[in-house]
Design a protein around this ligand. Structure first.
Ligand code: HEC
Ligand code: HEC
Ligand code: HEC
Length: 126
């Protein structure tokens, strides 16, 4: 015959395990990401703007970075002319000159959105 008690205990343990990631996120999941924009380089900017409009950067920075890698690897091109005609080195270093900290800027959003760029396998940011 079945041992009902054991089955129920087993079920409870099973549920506890599969729902743990949910419980352990309570309290964290609702915290809005707050990328730190208060860096010395940004404080010194006359106009507080990114290399492209903020909304565009928010949605497309990953495409831009990927494009920069392709430009370098395929065409040996290592500069980027922005829509306002300013020219930047097309490198992660350019981002980090203003944004400084991967932890306090990039990761605040990525952790929130549960994004883990595979890019970091080859590229180390500060
Ligand atoms: C398999 C390793 C690898 C992965 C994964 C990878 N890259 Fe690269 N990336 C390279 C190499 C190699 C270069 C060329 C470095 C050079 O010539 O100085 C490069 C260059 C770049 C550059 C321009 C140079 C610089 O130092 O900033 C950017 C920007 C870049 N990659 C972005 C990305 C992005 C975005 C991703 C993820 C979507 C990514 N990479 C994933 C290997 C990789
Ligand atoms: C010249 C300095 C500068 C450079 C270089 C720069 N940024 Fe920015 N970035 C800023 C500023 C200033 C803001 C905030 C703009 C605003 O408040 O509207 C910003 C905003 C952003 C945002 C939106 C943040 C939010 O709160 O939603 C993202 C994403 C971003 N940058 C990514 C990047 C990436 C990726 C690079 C490199 C490809 C880069 N930035 C290069 C100055 C810079
Ligand atoms: C305002 C929030 C925000 C900020 C700030 C931000 N990111 Fe992102 N990033 C995202 C989101 C959301 C995604 C995933 C988007 C998607 O998959 O469509 C992403 C994806 C990426 C990817 C592509 C990952 C992949 O595996 O394809 C790269 C590369 C990347 N971000 C680099 C950066 C770098 C470098 C910085 C800091 C200079 C940065 N991001 C700052 C929100 C942000």
């Amino acid at each position: 015959m079945y041992d009902g008690g054991k089955i129920i205990i087993g079920l409870i343990i099973f549920l506890a395990i599969v729902t743990f990631p949910f419980y352990s996120n309570i309290g964290k999941a609702n915290v809005k990401p707050a990328p730190d924009l208060n860096t010395p380089a940004i404080q010194e900017l006359e106009e507080k703007k990114c290399i492209e409009p903020t909304g565009y950067m928010r949605a497309n920075h990953m495409k831009l970075l990927k494009q920069w890698m392709d430009d370098l690897q395929e065409f040996d091109k290592d500069t980027y002319k922005a829509s306002d005609c300013k020219v930047y080195d097309s490198s992660y270093d350019t981002c980090m000159e203003c944004h400084v900290s991967q932890k306090n800027f990039c990761d605040r959003c990525h952790t929130y959105a549960a994004v883990k760029p595979y890019c970091w396998e080859c590229h180390e940011l500060d």
